[in-house]
Write a protein that binds this ligand. Structure first.
Ligand SMILES: [Zn+2]
Length: 275
C-alpha cells in the first residue's frame, strides 16, 4: 500500500467522535464511494460498557475498521453485530472473530457478497475493492440474535428489537440510557423500501414509536445521515410511507438502483418491486 503523506488510510477515512462517555460515532462517506446511492453518511456506533464494547455494523469495508476500534476499546471484550446484511453495513465483518445478526440474514453474511455494481462508480476509490474482486468477504463465525435478547455490557445494557421491512432480518437496538439505533429501518435522506413489505415496515415503525410512550427522551441513531434525532423521524416516515401510493404518478426509474424514485418534503424513497 502507498504510505505517502497524502494517501488515505483508515484514520483519515473514518470520522470518529465521542458523542457520550459510552458512545462513539464512527462515520464514513458513502457518497464518496458512489454518489448514485443518494446517501452521504454510513454511521457505525461503538457502545462502551465497563466489560464489553459493542460495535453496531462494520461499514462498507473499503478501509480496515479494526485500527480505529483498537484505540477506543482498551482492554474490553469486543462484540460486533449487524443491523442487517446489506453491503454498506457488513463490509468489515471479516476483520472480527464473530458477528451477531438476526437469523433471517445469517445466510446472507455466510458467503461473499458481490458488489460489482460499484465497478462503474465515477470515483477511483472503488479500485480498492479490485484486489478482492469486488466481493465483500463472508463473516468468520456467525451467531444469531433474536428479538428480545438483552446484552449486558457492564453498567449499560442493550435490547434487540426485530424491525423487519427494509430487510427481513433488520434489527434495532435500544439501550437503557435512552438511545435507539434503528439501522436502515428509519433514517433521513434516501429511504430504501420494498413495495411488497410496506405494511411490515410500517408495523416496525409503529413498534419503535410505541417505545416513546414510556421513554419520552429517547434519541434515535440511524445508520445513515443525521443522528440523535427525535420521535419526529418516525412520525414523518410513517406518514411518508403511508402516502407513497399518492406519489406514484411522479415516480422515475433509476437504472443503477433498479428501483423507482419518489420524493416528498422530507424523504427521497427508492422503492423496490420484487417479484
Ligand atoms: Zn444502508
Amino acid at each position: 500500500m502507498n504510505n505517502s503523506k497524502n494517501s488515505l488510510d483508515s484514520h483519515k477515512w473514518f470520522e470518529t467522535f465521542k458523542h457520550k462517555d459510552h458512545l462513539y460515532i464512527i462515520r464514513e462517506r458513502l457518497d464518496k464511494i458512489d454518489p448514485r446511492f443518494y446517501t452521504t453518511y454510513i454511521n457505525l456506533f461503538l457502545l462502551i460498557g465497563s466489560q464489553i464494547a459493542l460495535l453496531i455494523d462494520t461499514g462498507c469495508g473499503i478501509f480496515p475498521l479494526k485500527p480505529i476500534l483498537n484505540d477506543l476499546i482498551e482492554d474490553k471484550v469486543l462484540r460486533v453485530l449487524n443491523t442487517h446484511s446489506h453491503f454498506d453495513h457488513i463490509g468489515g465483518n471479516y476483520e472480527f472473530e464473530k458477528i451477531y445478526i438476526h437469523p433471517e440474514e445469517e445466510k446472507s453474511i455466510s458467503k461473499p457478497k458481490d458488489i460489482s455494481f460499484l465497478r462503474d462508480s465515477p470515483y477511483e476509490i472503488v479500485k480498492r475493492y479490485e484486489s478482492r474482486n469486488y466481493l465483500i468477504p463472508s463473516a468468520n463465525n456467525i451467531e444469531s440474535i433474536k428479538d428480545g435478547t438483552i446484552i449486558d455490557l457492564g453498567g449499560l445494557s442493550v435490547q434487540i428489537i426485530h424491525t423487519p421491512g427494509h430487510s427481513s432480518g433488520s434489527i434495532s437496538v435500544l439501550t437503557n440510557k435512552d438511545e435507539l439505533f434503528t439501522g436502515d429501518t428509519a433514517h433521513y435522506g434516501t429511504m430504501y423500501v420494498s413495495k411488497n413489505e410496506l405494511t411490515t415496515h410500517l408495523a416496525s415503525i409503529k413498534k419503535l414509536l410505541d417505545l416513546f410512550k414510556e421513554k419520552k427522551d429517547l434519541k434515535i441513531y440511524p445508520s445513515h445521515e443525521e443522528i440523535a434525532v427525535g420521535k419526529e423521524l418516525l412520525d414523518d416516515l410513517s406518514k411518508g410511507l403511508n402516502n407513497i401510493d399518492s406519489l406514484w404518478e411522479t415516480k422515475k426509474w433509476d437504472n443503477f438502483l433498479e428501483a423507482w424514485l419518489v420524493s416528498d418534503d422530507v424523504f427521497k424513497y427508492a422503492v423496490f418491486e420484487e417479484q
